[in-house]
Write a protein that binds this ligand. Structure first.
Ligand code: HPA
Length: 246
């Protein structure tokens, strides 16, 4: 079953039928909120709001381990995450949707593995390709079917937040090869891999990154808020088509 982790601006999937919400406890504590089970055009789907139902949990305080555990326990086998990002590459301006193909992790101090503590054997996952290729392709196909333009590929830099970056930090990310920057992509992707879940992201560009384009003199946070509903609405249409085609 497909599960959607919604980011900023996506706290629910409007078209869900037969909704049931379950509070889940996990060995890793509480997820961000109740897991919603519903259907889209007769197909089962789960949904979890990453920042909590009231959008109160900042990126570095999200219990990523509990979130993915709860979704797996509820029957999820594949996760589509929706995440807002700033565009580092010039052509990634507000309103663009991208399915990234790579990640660079700059986060720190976040519980980022299930393989620690107690008697857990030392375990390494292969993370060469952090996103599931087949799921990425399905998202791109759904986008085509929904008539939405979605870019194929890009390097997602995961920063710690919650503050936005300095212009020099964005220059560094660009030198590192990053195309977009967000705060929630890690450890989420790695934990999904550890649990054997398929995982891919729809990145929603809501601003030019610090010092770039229209953010040359600073990031207009009110513009981001204004961008979210329409852009996230397009991501939602892609997801609804994805579920219907699955
Ligand atoms: N930086 C980091 N995370 C973000 C940004 C940004 O510019 N925009 C949306 N999420």
């Amino acid at each position: 079953m497909l599960a959607v982790i919604g980011g900023s601006g996506l706290t629910e999937l409007s078209s869900l039928g037969e909704v049931r919400r379950t509070a889940v406890r996990t060995p890793y504590g509480e997820p961000s909120g109740a897991v919603t089970h519903g259907t889209i055009r007769g197909r089962a789907v789960m949904f979890l709001a990453r920042h909590g139902d009231g959008h109160t949990i900042p990126p570095h305080e999200i219990n990523y381990r509990a979130n993915l555990w709860a979704l797996k326990e509820g029957g999820a086998t594949r996760i589509v995450s929706v995440a807002s990002v700033g565009g580092v590459r010039a052509d990634l301006g507000p309103g663009v949707l991208v399915v990234p193909h790579q990640i660079i992790d700059y986060t720190w101090g976040r519980p980022s593995t299930y393989f620690e503590g107690g008697n857990v054997p030392v375990t390494h996952i292969d993370f060469t390709y952090p996103y599931t290729g087949e799921l990425r392709q399905r998202i791109l196909e759904a986008a085509r079917a929904a008539g939405e333009t979605v870019l194929d590929g890009g390097v997602y830099a995961a920063t710690q937040g919650p503050r936005l970056e300095s212009a020099a930090e964005i220059d560094r990310l660009e030198r590192d090869g990053a195309d977009m920057v967000g705060m929630t992509g890690m450890p989420e992707a790695a934990l999904a891999r550890e649990l054997g879940l398929e995982y891919a992201t729809i990145a929603v560009v809501v601003n030019h990154a610090a010092g770039r384009g229209e953010s040359k003199d600073g990031i207009a946070l009110d513009r981001i808020e204004a961008m979210l509903p329409e852009t996230i609405g397009r991501a939602r249409r892609v997801i609804e088509t994805l579920v219907a085609l699955a």
